[in-house]
Design a protein around this ligand. Structure first.
Ligand SMILES: [Zn+2]
Length: 56
């Protein structure tokens, strides 16, 4: 029996799961739609209380 390398262990099928699509609630109370955290909201273009994108 060969020692299983850490790489091989971590490459097992059980570790292939895709990362959960992270979604937090938009900080803009007027929007409050699910949006990725630490990113400008794709719905209202607000990030940390500032308009950083043109609203869609
Ligand atoms: Zn929003």
């Amino acid at each position: 029996m060969h020692k299983k390398s850490r790489s091989r262990t971590r490459h097992r099928r059980a570790h292939w799961k895709a990362a959960q699509p992270l979604l937090a609630r938009c900080a803009n109370p007027a929007c409050a739609l699910p949006t990725p955290p630490h990113a400008a909201c794709q719905h209202c273009g607000m990030y940390r209380g500032r308009q950083v994108l043109p609203p869609a």
